[in-house]
Design a protein around this ligand. Sequence first.
Ligand code: ADP
Ligand code: ADP
Length: 222
Amino acid sequence: MIETRQITKRYGDLTAVDRICFRVEPGQVLGFLGPNGAGKSTTMKMLAGFLAPTSGGATVAGFDVETQPLEAKRALGYLPEGAPSYGEMNVREFLEFIADVRELKGDLRYKRLDDAIERLHLDRVLEQPIDTLSKGFRRRVGLAGAILHDPKVLILDEPTDGLDPNQKQEVRTLINSMARDKTIIISTHLLEEVHAVCDRAIIIAAGRILADATPAELEARS
Ligand code: ADP
Ligand code: ADP
């Protein structure tokens, strides 16, 4: 489960996220839909424990992201926005690094690595430096890292951004296949993404929630 309480982030005079409250139950995929600058990534970073809220807070899998950061981080997988630079690291080294961070050992480690590589179709690029790959491949490498330890909660910031239509479809199928036993939140600026994978969508603009509805309800309003 994910729950926020009046979570707020200010950058100087700008309130990027303004007293947002929502709750996502296990088995749900929540879409966080909004235009550029709405506050989506800022919210995702706070949920993932990479950015401290100015006020308010959140719990992930029952753990407070500020007072129980290690437990919260252990329970979640996070796909950051965009394409962070990984220096010289190749795909295999990155996944091994994440496996170390996640303390995956023995048979389970090999099983989880094989599973992530297969699900994201990374076998052909394992030895390539991540920074030399296309944006679509870099997103898939990031996703493989996020799902590697089979976390209960997934926080995915624009998971299909930069992918071609086929790759988008594959990642959406992957998200749907994982949905049943996880709590998932994805950010997106695409209404079609909400229709493809979400049970519910929060529409956010200028840091505020404008609507909280099912895809069918959104359709009926537009
Ligand atoms: P989205 O992910 O919806 O595009 P963001 O969460 O990235 O939106 O940004 C929300 C607002 O906060 C934007 O106006 C953005 O310019 C601003 N912002 C984001 N990060 C910072 C930062 N580190 N310093 C100052 N302003 C920021
Ligand atoms: P920074 O705090 O400078 O972003 P980190 O070393 O914490 O650097 O992480 C760098 C990148 O590695 C992150 O943006 C993320 O993509 C990935 N990463 C690190 N730790 C994890 C993790 N436990 N699970 C998934 N990805 C991770």
